[in-house]
Ligand binder design. Structure first.
Ligand SMILES: [Zn+2]
Length: 302
């Protein structure tokens, strides 16, 4: 892996590993570590984590098949450092602008009690008072790429995505306007800002933490197990990217009962174990697809 990373990024020895400035975020000191023995690399700055194929996919912006073919055929162009730095700086500016939009939408949101957001959650069987980081707001779902104008504002649940310091750096918007609550799954979820590495913290972390797939799953688990430290990383694949506080030793993945859910959970577990965390799973009873279905008693056999 170091041979491939070393084509574009200057590696220096760091014990049994190699390190360099991270190709995926702007930094002055190296926090991107390549471990040839384990076959993965990890960035302690932005949380990027992956193997050689993932590295080529993200570095070259290509899909799995192309990355695989490039590796197989030894066809990996090197990037000119100046060009690369410019591309990273431009990307960084774009990311910062999105983060600012997310912060602004979060700022104008209100506590969820007494709002249509609370009605939506109740229709999903969630009757506990969510923490303040689950809010309600009138926000747009899209932006015109040409003019930069935002679309019409629509009611949404706003979930704050927090970074390692607890600051909100992104949001997930759950739009439910045209949604019939009985159909449940037709809601539309859109993220904005910095989602990778951040999480919706429904409760303070302890030495052990429960990671749920989405906000409704997380709130359902908290309702059934009051006091559980539940976080939501906005997708199972993001679980290894989350910046866990130092006291976290164990991650319990609260999975979903479907094939993609199980595959994603297993993949996340391997990456989390690579980071030195103890990992275990908890699944809804087999009659239910996810934790919210279990809470509501909506079995998957109809
Ligand atoms: Zn990084």
């Amino acid at each position: 892996m170091s041979a491939v990373v070393g084509r574009g990024d200057k590696l220096i020895r760091a014990g049994r590993e190699w390190k360099c400035c991270c190709p995926f975020h702007v930094e002055k000191s190296a926090s991107f570590y390549v471990n040839d023995a384990k076959g993965f690399a990890h960035c302690f700055g932005c949380g990027w984590h992956g193997d050689i194929v993932r590295f080529v996919m993200d570095r070259q912006g290509c899909d799995f098949r192309e990355a695989y073919n490039r590796l197989a055929n030894d066809d990996l162009p090197t990037w000119a450092p100046a060009e690369r730095a410019k591309a990273i700086a431009e990307q960084r500016l774009e990311d910062l602008a999105k983060e600012q939009d997310a912060r602004q939408f979060y700022k104008v949101s209100v506590p969820i009690a007494g709002t249509p957001g609370e009605v939506y959650l109740r229709a999903r069987g969630i009757t506990i008072q969510p923490p303040d980081v689950v809010r309600f707001g009138m926000v747009p779902s899209w932006r015109d790429p040409e003019s930069g104008d935002w679309g019409r504002k629509r009611p949404a649940i706003i979930c704050g995505a927090q970074d390692a310091t607890g600051a909100v750096v992104g949001i997930q918007r759950i739009f439910f306007e045209k949604d019939d609550p009985r159909r449940g799954r037709k809601d539309c979820k859109l993220s904005l800002g910095t989602i990778r590495g951040s999480a919706l913290r429904l409760a303070p972390a302890g030495p052990c933490i429960v990671m749920a797939e989405g906000p409704e799953d997380g709130l359902s688990i908290m309702q059934e197990g009051p006091g559980l430290p539940v976080w939501v990383p906005f997708g199972t694949s993001m679980m290894p990217q989350v910046q866990y506080p130092p006291q976290v030793r164990k991650v319990i993945i609260a999975g979903q009962n479907n094939t993609p859910g199980r595959v994603a959970a297993n993949k996340a577990a391997i990456a989390l174990a690579d980071l030195g965390l103890e990992v275990s799973f908890v699944w809804p009873s087999s009659r239910f697809d996810d934790w919210n279905d279990q809470l509501r008693g909506v079995a998957n056999d109809g």
